[in-house]
Write a new protein. Structure first.
Length: 420
């Protein structure tokens, strides 16, 4: 496929989601931002929401804001996120960070399967998730072991290997739905059934999927899930995360980090802890209201756009990027490190190159293109369907081609900066 700006412009003109781009802050029109899988853009409505919250709700109403609606925000926003992930009302709540939520649910799950000794994951999982699982393994005591099943190629999930590893000793299967490096996306229903057939529980991290990939937690009978909100949900840096517990498990699952917001009657200030009914028991400390409220505008935009349309555009844009790669980037040394099958691919495309680190630095410093770099040699290019245009994808490939063919990257050091 040629680097035809006219063709890219026509695609943008035909795009029924194109108008959503105007709902985000885009100050530098020359900047090509392909990092929505790490931090989404700022929705304009978020500024209005926070100005109202700070100026009126906090500034004027002060502590009365809690009874004006703050206390209900974890549930209110959680239910909206739940509509993006195929959950029933009352199955998703906003709380803490993804890592803290993962720890809570992993340890709760292990305690629900006494007598079993194995946690199954893969070597494509987000490293932080592996650290958390190791911590839950230690906290659970006993003879638990963490089995990491290896990907056959570093790109695709080891489905056959997981089928062999998940057995009667398995207490918990914990995986990323969309893999952070390659964007490989598991068949959630297939793997969940594997776990259940063996009597194990399953815990999905949907951080790199929510907001771009269809998720049906209820329809696939998932037990537990966690996810972040600052990627494709556009909630802002360090925004609180969400957790999901299937309705039928909520009374059995116990929060291992019990705190006053998860207490049945928190404002009775009783000295003995009694878990609240339902999902509220998985709250721990006081919700961070400013950052929690910032989640809602980005979620509202996705709900208005409709996940079917968002996914269709995501697939079309990643297919467009890969077609340009095949024509212009593969001949100059790049290698596709994402699945070619769009059904098994999330909303970012990974391209490998021996000089990936220096190329990424040149793109940022010289070409005003922001992807990210993941060792050993992966450049990740994310499309966020609500604000990424086809013209941006076209121009990003043009600039990337220039960086390599003109040797622009050669002036940059081989040492990595603190944040890549």
């Amino acid at each position: 496929m040629e680097l035809d700006t006219g063709f890219a412009k026509r695609l943008d003109e035909q795009d029924e989601l194109a108008s959503f781009r105007q709902r985000f802050i885009i100050e530098d029109r020359d900047l090509i931002y392909l990092l929505g899988n790490s931090l989404g853009r700022l929705p304009r409505a978020t500024i209005e929401r926070l100005e109202r919250l700070v100026g009126h709700e906090w500034g004027e109403r002060l502590i009365r804001g809690w009874n004006d609606g703050w206390i209900d925000l974890p549930h209110q926003v959680g239910d909206k996120v739940g509509r993006l992930v195929g959950a029933r009302p009352g199955e998703v709540i906003i709380a803490d960070s993804t890592s803290v939520n993962l720890y809570k649910l992993a340890l709760a799950a292990l305690r629900m399967r006494p007598g079993r000794s194995k946690i199954v994951t893969d070597d494509l999982n987000f490293p932080s998730d592996l650290y958390i699982l190791e911590g839950a393994q230690r906290a659970a005591g006993g003879n638990y072991r963490l089995e990491r099943v290896s990907s056959p190629d570093g790109v695709h999930g080891p489905v056959d290997g997981l089928a062999e590893a998940i057995d009667e000793e398995t207490a918990l299967v914990a995986l990323s739905h969309t893999v952070f490096k390659s964007a490989y996306t598991y068949d959630m229903g297939l793997i969940t059934k594997m776990a259940h057939d063996a009597g194990a529980l399953i815990l999905w991290d949907v951080s790199h999927a929510v907001g771009t990939v269809p998720i049906d937690l209820q329809g696939t009978d998932v037990d537990f899930a966690v996810g972040c909100t600052y990627k494709y949900l556009n909630a802002g840096p360090g925004a609180p995360a969400f957790l999901y517990v299937r309705e039928g498990l909520q009374e059995e699952a116990q929060n291992p980090v019990s705190g006053w917001m998860g207490q049945d009657r928190p404002f009775e200030f009783e000295l003995a802890y009694q878990a609240a009914p339902g999902l509220r028991r998985f709250l721990t400390g006081t919700p961070a209201i400013l950052s929690l409220a910032a989640i809602e505008p980005g979620v509202d935009l996705l709900l208005k756009a409709g996940m079917d349309k968002v996914r269709a555009k995501s697939v079309q844009q990643t297919e467009y990027l890969i077609a340009l790669y095949e024509t212009h980037l593969e001949p100059i040394g790049f290698e596709l490190r994402s699945p070619r099958d769009p059904d098994r691919r999330g909303s970012h495309v990974a391209l490998g190159h021996p000089e990936g680190l220096r190329i990424s630095q040149a793109l940022k410093e010289e070409m005003n293109v922001l992807p990210d770099f993941r060792r050993p040699d992966n450049l990740r290019f994310s499309v966020a369907p609500l604000y990424t245009s086809y013209a941006e994808i076209n121009e990003a490939v043009r600039r990337l081609h220039t960086v390599v063919t003109e040797g622009v990257y050669e002036q940059y050091p081989v040492e990595a900066p603190a944040v890549t």
